[in-house]
Each structure stands twice: as C-alpha cells, then as structure tokens.
Design a protein around this ligand. Structure first.
Ligand SMILES: [Fe+2]
Length: 261
C-alpha cells in the first residue's frame, strides 16, 4: 500500500500577504498537520504554483519551509512558477527532463508521473511535442505497471466559466495518449483551487483546493475584475493506493480564519 500526501497551489511569498491570506500560516499549518497525523505517508506531491511571484527569495523560503515535512516532497511547476528559478531551488529526481520539470517516481504501487504544463508568460497551460514524446515513451515502457499522473493545468473543461479559459490548450493529443494506455489509472490536477471529481475518457480525475486561498464556485457568477477568494478553508489530499484502488480524502488542516493575515 502506498500512502501519499497531495498539496497544491501554495502561492508562497517570503514576505507579505497574497489576497489577504498569509502564506506562512497556510503552509505552516499544512505541514504541522501532515507531520502530526500523516507521518506514515511515504511522500508528498505538490501540483504547482509553488510561489506566487517567482522570485529567488520566494523559492528559497518555500524550499526551507517544506524541508520541515517528515517525508520527501516532489514539487511541480504551475503558471505562477519560473522554470529556471524553480530548478535552481529544488532537487528533482534524476529522470527529470532537461528543459522541463517533468519526471516520474517509482513506488510499490506503480509509477507516479509529474507533468510540466507550464507555458512561460501565460496563465493557460501547454503540453508540447517534447513533453508529449517523453510521456509516450514513459507510458509505453511501463507496460502493465499502473501510472498515476499529476499535472497543474486541467486538460478539460470543468464547468468553471472563468477558469476554463485558462486550462491546458490543445489537450486532445494528451487525452488521446492517456486513453490509449489502460495503465493510466488516475489524474490529479491543480490550478483551479477547488475540489472537483469526475472522469475524462473513462479515466478518473480529482482536483485539489489551494493550501492558501480558494476560488469561488461558478455560481453566483464572478469574473477576474470582481474576484475575491471564497471564504472556504483550505485542504490537502491524503491519498492511499493499494492494488490499483485509489482513495483520496480531502483533509481540512485549519479554519478559514487561520489562514488570513
Ligand atoms: Fe494557483
């Protein structure tokens, strides 16, 4: 059995607040909760937006903070990340692509594959032919071994009118590749700061809340001009995989008010 923790969208900042939320309080509470109640997890995956602005100081601070975790952590890039600074700040698995933050982790229950969907300078995501080629080779090489994929940008629309315009563009090739590989068992997706579950091409997926601030539900309707984080508490995922069966608990680790400045 594999036990793992899933965090997303830390939007960490070394100084100050992010939309009225305190990055140090948010991540600090999450780490404390994980170390107290989920110490037996083998690893922690963080599905992108490690920092809010992408400065050297922010990466150093978030890296330092995450070093308090009781288990190894695996960071991924989101639209708020800077790939060059990211690579300088974190130690990544040896099989990581040279030009991208895309790698895989072998576990007793199969392969965890962390994708890089960052499109530099844009909030929407992309998955170019180089990254697609790497994933094709990886999935082919795995044969029957189950694969669990983490990515920042959703490769599909999620019924979120505002956020759906900033997901993965031209995702058809990726979805076709995944549906051609029956060993792809589950997708885990960041970016939307909301909990949503479903299936795509028959493959189950889940999205995750942000460790820091949440996006409102699509109704009542909102837009970026009037955007205000919703008054919902953050959560992380506590994941169990055994014989290809996946269970993921959404775990609230603090109150909404605890994450405010
Ligand atoms: Fe985010």
């Amino acid at each position: 059995m594999l036990k793992a923790i899933w965090m997303s969208d830390l939007h960490y900042a070394a100084n100050g607040d992010v939309l009225g939320h305190d990055p140090k309080a948010g991540l600090g509470s999450a780490i404390e909760h994980v170390n107290r109640f989920y110490k037996d997890s083998e690893l922690c995956i963080i599905s992108g937006d490690m920092v809010n602005r992408g400065t050297v100081e922010d990466y150093a601070a978030v890296s330092e903070s995450l070093s308090q975790l009781a288990m190894p952590f695996f960071p991924m890039v989101g639209n708020h990340d800077d790939r060059v600074l990211f690579k300088d700040a974190f130690t990544l698995p040896n099989n990581c692509m040279q030009d991208f933050v895309q790698y895989s982790i072998s576990t007793s229950e199969g392969e965890i594959i962390c994708l890089d969907t960052l499109k530099a300078g844009s909030d929407e995501g992309e998955f170019c032919s180089k990254r697609l080629g790497w994933l094709t080779e990886r999935l082919d090489a795995l044969g029957e071994t189950p694969a669990y994929l983490f990515m920042h940008h959703p490769p599909m629309k999620l019924g979120l009118p505002i956020q759906d315009t900033e997901n993965l563009v031209e995702s058809d090739a990726l979805l076709e590749l995944l549906s051609d590989h029956s060993n792809v068992r589950h997708l885990f997706i960041g970016h939307v700061h909301r909990p949503i579950v479903g299936t795509i091409k028959g493959i189950p997926f889940a999205t995750m809340r942000s460790v820091l601030f949440q996006a409102p539900a699509p109704q009542p309707a909102w837009d970026w001009k009037t955007f205000k984080p919703s008054e919902e508490a953050p959560s992380i995922g506590a994941l169990t995989i055994a014989n290809m069966d996946v269970t993921m608990q959404y775990v609230q680790f603090c109150r909404y008010e605890d994450g405010l400045v």
